[in-house]
Design a protein around this ligand. Structure first.
Ligand code: TXA
Ligand code: MG
Length: 336
């Protein structure tokens, strides 16, 4: 169906909530990225999310709640250790995978016996969830495979004409998605690193890394698809001699007349001469890189670059989430 996508503001949250109750899809800001929301208990509404995004049917969605009392509408049980995390991190960027209630439509969980849930911390998201009064399924509001949206303009670029409305709440905070944690086994399994770090989780509960590639059935079905890719070719550099390797690659790209941009830490920008650069932020504050990375990948496309060379970040704390996304965005990873 073709829509005249409405641009809404913080004053129109009631209209957004009404559209969701009626079974339409509405994009809204969360503290991580923009989500594409629909009534989680109406399967026709949830189906519209999959078709607007072009999302594969076997990649399940996160259900967003306004408060912990709503949990019993979607989940049938959870261990005590999960409650510790809910108390500590909700509202916030932590998604818990729990046993699913029968009445949650199959389409949300892509047939899995589980459901992923979180209470987001963004005031507009919370207001929308409260006014809608129902659990809201919401994946990131991008076309499947593209970088996640951190601004309303990114959503419009991808989903304009395909969804009923977008609530513009400015730039999102974290810029990378929530951490996804499987709480149906002990110790809990980290399915996707995100804004809540592994180190933070381990202060409260035991967590192991899910090594998805070794499983017969993927634990988090989404991980097998291409993600976060701009049209430009992304090459990610990791290891101890990143700048040297990057310099050689730049010489080659110049020879081949490829329109190239380098994404580098603020501290390193001046090391790259005679090439366009974009600033990822300081190496001492990975929140800057997290909040900019999707925007910079989209900017590279908007400015017509063919090749994007990216400095890898240190893989701990928030760096785990950033590198997880960059590895997926990259067509090639150069280990120096
Ligand atoms: O920060 C976020 O989490 C954002 C905002 C909008 O809340 N949402 C988001 O949704 O990133 P999405 O659909 O882009 O990513 C959801 C991830 C996917 O990797 C999916 O496979 C996994 O969560 N997932 C969802 N339900 C699951 C389940 N029942 N079991 C295992 N993994 C699940
Ligand atoms: Mg996504």
């Amino acid at each position: 169906m073709d829509y005249q996508t409405k641009m809404l503001t913080k004053n129109d949250v009631e209209e957004a909530a009404r559209l969701i109750r009626q079974g339409e899809c509405v994009a809204f800001p969360t503290e991580t990225v923009y989500g594409l929301g629909a009534h989680a208990l109406k399967k026709e509404a949830v189906a519209k999310i999959y078709s607007a995004k072009g999302r594969p049917a076997d990649n399940p969605l996160i259900v967003h709640l306004h408060n912990i009392d709503q949990l019993t509408q979607v989940a049938s049980g959870w261990p005590r250790e999960a409650e510790v995390l809910m108390k500590k991190f909700w509202p916030g960027p932590l998604t818990l995978v729990l046993r699913r209630k029968q009445q949650v439509p199959n389409i949300i969980s892509a047939g899995l016996p589980t459901v992923a849930v979180r209470i987001p911390a963004h005031p507009l998201a919370l207001e929308l969830l409260e006014r809608a009064g129902v659990p809201v399924a919401a994946p990131s509001a991008n076309v499947s495979g593209r970088p996640s949206p951190t601004r309303a303009s990114h959503v419009l670029e991808d989903l304009g004409g395909k969804i009923a409305a977008i609530v513009d709440g400015g730039e999102t905070g974290w810029g990378v998605e929530s951490t996804v944690l499987d709480c149906t086994v002990l110790p809990f399994r980290l399915l996707r690193p995100g804004a809540v770090t592994l180190e933070q989780l381990r202060q409260h509960v035991g967590v192991v890394m899910a090594r998805v590639e070794t499983q017969h059935v993927p634990l988090s079905p989404g991980v097998k698809y291409q993600h976060y890719r701009p049209k430009a070719r992304v090459v990610l550099f990791v290891g101890s001699a990143v700048q040297q390797a990057m310099t050689w690659r730049l010489a080659e790209s110049r020879h081949r007349k490829l329109n190239t941009v380098v994404l580098a830490y603020s501290e390193n920008i001046t090391a790259y001469e005679n090439v366009d650069t974009m600033d990822m932020g300081s190496r001492d504050d990975l929140q800057q890189a997290a909040s900019r990375i999707y925007h910079l990948l989209r900017e590279a496309d908007r400015q017509g670059y063919q090749l994007v060379l990216v400095e890898g970040v240190e893989e701990r704390g928030l760096g785990m989430a950033i590198m997880n996304r960059l590895r997926a965005a990259a067509a090639e990873i150069v280990t120096t």
